[in-house]
Design a protein around this ligand. Structure first.
Ligand code: SAH
Length: 395
């Protein structure tokens, strides 16, 4: 077995069950492991710490899997991990929802594997060389557990590039090619999901609970849904009795999908506008034309991909939120999100405090949002906590 010896003092995080060993923590390596090989990680005095996947192309040189010396990481070990993750979601299944994240990488003790369910289809992302090697086991186990109509590869190219992996060829891994649009249900609302071309893995199921919670404040209100994608927040607002919904997204495909989703849910008669535009530009335009709203939702893409981007990202979040605050009627509500792991909830509150000061407003935080139960946060891996949001009353 290949052995990775850590520098003095670098064993602490591993002992605390953190699943990453950075390349800078390594003193030397015995043998010449290939990317994806399983290595033994030892402290500086050669005491066993854990087993993990090796990858010298990644900043994270070893992704840890197992802390028990006696345990062999074999096919059975993988099957058990996969089954455990899938089964841990069973209590979430309701007749109203059939789209979930079934496996969430490190958070489910399977670094580099993400599996999302879209009704009868599964979309899989393989983001580490180690998982690439056990792909046949993953597919077989998912078929055994869930009997899907098809399993589709949606591995994110940039995440794979960070690991020094080739872009995956994508396509069908098992069963049938999914239709252009798979119909899924979330909170009793129907969505057409384009598994092959949609963003991320086709649908942002991490906002499921938050869409419902925000919709609880939509009745009788004029709602502006910024970064709408296929309409998660817009459609929940329609159903909750919003008087009008305006949705903005820069992507033509997102707006087209939202148009279709409004039709299939029979919301077409409720006043709405779908605007394909840059949100910052559109918010300024609303200001110029004196258009105001009662509830504004901001669900932007990740502004801070890493801690080094925090300063720039904070400024972007502040500007965006300041603009939105200026468009709210007296006592209006702002539901604002950040999916940047580098921005924690306290930093986010601080950013909103700056935005409020700049806008000349007083803000009250009245609810807090987080990621749902199918996106667990592992206590030894706080980096896995990424989605947060606040409902603000803007005075
Ligand atoms: N709220 C959505 C998810 C938003 S994902 C939901 O509930 O499903 C982020 C979205 O922002 C994407 O659809 C992307 O097309 C859009 N986007 C990214 N940058 C943008 C910009 N500058 N202006 C408008 N939309 C943008």
């Amino acid at each position: 077995m290949f052995k990775v010896r850590l520098k003095k003092g670098k064993e602490k995080a591993v002992r605390q069950l953190h699943p990453w060993v950075f390349s800078g923590a390594i003193e030397n390596i015995k043998g010449a492991p290939q990317n994806g090989d399983i290595v033994m990680v030892n402290d500086n005095s050669d005491n066993f710490l854990a087993y993990g996947f090796f990858n010298d192309k990644s900043r994270v040189a070893v992704r840890l899997l197992e802390w028990n010396l006696e345990t062999e990481i074999n096919e059975d070990w993988w099957r058990k991990k996969i089954a455990k993750a899938v089964k841990s979601r069973e209590h979430l299944y309701t007749g109203d929802t059939n789209t979930y994240r079934l496996i969430f990488s490190e958070a489910d003790f399977i670094p580099g594997l993400i599996v999302d369910q879209y009704a009868d289809f599964l979309s899989v992302q393989i983001l580490t060389s180690g998982i690439e090697r056990i792909k046949p086991i993953v597919i077989e186990e998912l078929q055994k557990l869930l009997d899907p109509k098809g399993i589709f590869d949606r591995s994110d190219a940039s995440a794979r590039a960070h690991e020094g992996m080739e872009t995956s060829s994508g396509g069908v891994l098992a069963g049938l090619q999914p239709p252009d649009f798979v119909s899924v249900k979330e909170n009793g609302i129907f969505y057409h999901v384009n598994i092959a071309d949609g963003q991320k893995s086709g649908f942002y199921c991490d906002q499921r609970d938050n869409r419902r919670m925000v919709a609880d404040h939509s009745s009788g209100r004029k709602v502006l849904d910024c970064f709408s994608y296929s309409g998660g927040f817009s459609l929940n607002a329609f159903r909750a009795g919003a008087s009008e919904v305006v949705s903005v997204d820069s992507s033509g495909l997102a707006i087209e999908t939202l148009r279709r989703n409004i039709e299939i849910n029979d919301f077409s008669k409720i006043p709405h506008r779908l605007i394909q535009s840059d949100v910052n530009k559109q918010l300024r335009l609303f200001r110029e034309t004196n258009e105001t709203f009662d509830l504004i939702i901001l669900d932007p893409p990740k502004y801070a991909p890493s801690r080094s981007a925090l300063t720039k990202a904070s400024r972007a979040y502040k500007d965006l939120n300041r603009l939105a605050m200026l468009l709210l009627n007296e006592g209006g509500l702002l539901a604002t999100f950040s999916c940047s792991g580098a921005v924690d909830i306290n930093t986010f509150k601080q950013i909103l405090a700056w935005a409020a000061l700049d806008a000349g407003k007083e803000v009250q935080f009245i609810e807090q949002f987080a990621q749902p139960a199918d996106h667990p946060v592992r206590s030894s891996f706080p980096e896995g906590e990424y989605l947060k949001g606040l409902l603000c009353r803007v005075n």
